[in-house]
Structures are given as structure tokens and as C-alpha cells.
Design a protein. Sequence first.
Length: 483
Amino acid sequence: MMAVSTMKRTARVVVRSGACSTAAVGPSTRLAPSNRAFHASHRRQDETPSPGTPLRAGPGSSHDRSSSSSSRANSASGMSIVNIVIASAAIVIAAPHALDLYGRITGTTPSRSTSSSIPGKLEPYTHHPLPLVLSAYYPDPASASVHKLLHIGLPASLPASGGSETDELKKALRIRSVYIKEPSLVIERAYTPLYDTLPGSYSAALQDASAEERQRLDLLVKRYPDGELGKMLHRAVANPTVPQLEVRGPVDTWSFERDSVAGGAIPERIVMVVGGTGVTPAYQLVTNLFGGPTGGSGKRAMEGGPMIDVVYATQSLENALLLPELHALAANSKDRVTVSLFAEHLAGSPSPSTLSPTQLAALGPTLKASTPSSSSRRSWLPSLFSKASSSLEPKLHLTSSLSPTSTTTIPVYESRITQQHLESLLSPQNGKPIPGRTLILVSGPDGMVEAIAGSKSRDGQSQGSLSGILAKIGCRQEDVFKL
């Protein structure tokens, strides 16, 4: 009874005085809703008219006022929506004309491009959908192949600039990749574009590129029997209007500024030992320095850039990639780029007259094969990778079929890359040491990389110790990088 009486007195105090409600009820948070209810009840009692006061009716009543306010609010809301729609339509209609007028005044009228690139940005750690503009078999679009050339649309890139010529050259000395995701399996794989058209590019290939070429990624993709990403990309149907490939990047595969000794000078020479589709990083680096195969000023390379030797291993001549383009780059670079091809198998005794259609397709319409003369052949001792009875000498010379006077040649050896060849390539020429520093980049299948330079660490990120052929011939750890 004492508890009930106390509660009743507490309630009466709250009703009479809102200021005492908190003190009477106490600090408990659970009572907060009841506290608010007492206050609301107190306000309602204060607003209730006294018993002798007549209630007003008619247009001035509270009911009519609320109805009138509601009508005005609905009317204003309707007018606001109409105004927004009209304003949006006016902006859409007027914007193109305003941009054209601004372009005429400033002289920067953009061309009406039909490019498939989409708005947005490519980010290193976030996948964004991009459209597949083209998908064609490589090298012959009319013949099915395990290789496909893909064009992926992306926002246009302009050549980056800033700093001294030396700084720009150092920034061009890099190889960049993108990662493509397989959505259903949530796996991704890195692919190296043929040309660095990615944001922030310092590539010389952009200098002479068209607007369309700057708005796409060119990828060569091989389909492996157990490679889910390659299968997905080969199945993908090109549609410039539908973003369908999940892409992130760019990511530096190799960067001179990042991966070289701090304060190191620009190398005089870069030797790229590559195999299979690992030729694409070498191709990108060459185009970064010398421009594309159809032109390119090569300005950066001619002003202090390194010479590049591409030592390219492939299973057979028909599996070799980018031979016409590599030959054109070597011809345009004025002896600053050399290419050698090592094919493990050449059917029979190859001669220009016995090349198969697939071998001729790898050469393309711009290359022809010839048998080297006896005076131009170079013999090498057999290595642990070649058959004991074989002598390493070029079986074919690939030259231009369009320019008979061109002296640029790609020698084709029937062998794997040998210790003797690398030793000769890296040794002093005519008894004179090669001036400056030589960097060696290795890219290809794991077995090849391990044989040439040793395997990378288990995490796949750090370089691991140097071993293999390059360690045997005395190369230094800091001069070798495994991609």
C-alpha cells in the first residue's frame, strides 16, 4: 500500500508541474517514453478551452485550416515536380548547343566521336565494367586459333608530361598491366596490354596514336585448357555499348623507378628474355620508348633511352606472336632494337618453300623467310637445353617483304635459349666491355623463368634468389628482374 500511494503522488506531481517530472520519475531510461507521455498530456490539458468558452466553427476552424494547408502543400508539391521536369528537359536540350557555342568561342570544339569508351575511371583496386569493342582470332581472323586479339574500350588517355626529359624517360621505363575478373568464380588474372594507353601513361606510342587508339586496350589472350579466364574472354561477344568485362588497373609489373637501386642511372641496355605470351611485356616496353610499329618518333629513346635486345623463345614458328610488329619496330629504331627468335621445333628442314600456312600466317604479309647464307651463319656449342647433336645456328632469316633494301633481320634458331647465346650477348664485344649498365628482364612460363634466372619466392611477389643460366654466367641479382 505504501508503494502504490507513493506512485500516485508521483504521478500527480508530474501532471501539475512539467518542471518536476524528471525529478519525480527518476533517471531511469526505460521511463523516458512515459515521461514524454505525461508532458504531452499536460500540453493537451493546457490547450483545452475552459468549460464556458464557446468553440469556433466555420472557415477559421482548425480543421479547415489543416485542410487548406494540406491542399496548398499538395499543389506546391505538384508544381515543384512539374518545374523540375521542365528544368531538366531544358538542360538536356540546351547543353549540347551551349557546349558547341563554347567550343567555337574557345576553339576547342570536340569532335563527335563514335568511340565505344564509357565515362568513368579505371582504378587499381576496384573493378569497373568496360565494353569489349572487338574480338578476333590472331594472327588470322578467319582461322580459329588459341590466341585472340581483344580491344577493350576505356576512357581516353593523353600522354602525361611533367618534369625534365630524364624524369619522363624514367617514367616511360615501366611495364603496366590490368586485372580482369571472372565474376562467377571470383578469380582474376593479370594481362599486359600491347600499348600503354592506361591513365598516366608516358608511352611514346600515344604521341602518334589516333583518338580511337587512345580509347582502347589491346590484349592478346591465349586460351589454355585449364584456364577459366582465357575461356571466358574467348567466349565473350563484342558489344561496344554494353560494359561486360570487370577490369581494374593499372598495376606496375615492372618500374625502373620502383625496382632499381635508389639513385641508379638509366641503363644503357635492357635485355628481355621472354617466352610465349610473355613477349607482350617486351613489346609494351619497346613501344613505350620507340612508339608504335607504324610510326612513332622514338624521341625519348633517341635522347638517352636504352638499347633493347628481345630474345624470344617459342615452341614453334606458328606459335610466335607479334613478329611483323617486332620487325617493324626494329627497322624503325635504327639499330636500337634487336630481335632473335628461338623455336624449339621447326618441321623437317624448313625453307621458305616448305613453310606451312600457319607458319606463313605468323609472318603476316610484311615478312618473308629466307635461308641464311653460309657466311652469315653463327655456330654455337650445344647447351644443356638443346640436343647433343644439334648445332645452334640460324635456320631462317625473317626480313621485310615490302622493303627489299631493308637490312633488318630476325634470325630464327631451332633450339631453346642457350647459355652460350646469352653469354655471348652479354659478354664484351670484340674485347671491349659494354659501356654502362645492362638490365635483364625475364618473362614467360614458370619453367622457363626458373631455368633462366631461378624461381620467384613462394608468395609470387618477391624476386627470390638468382640462379639458373644468368647466375652461372655471373649476372648480378640487382641487374635481373623476373616479371
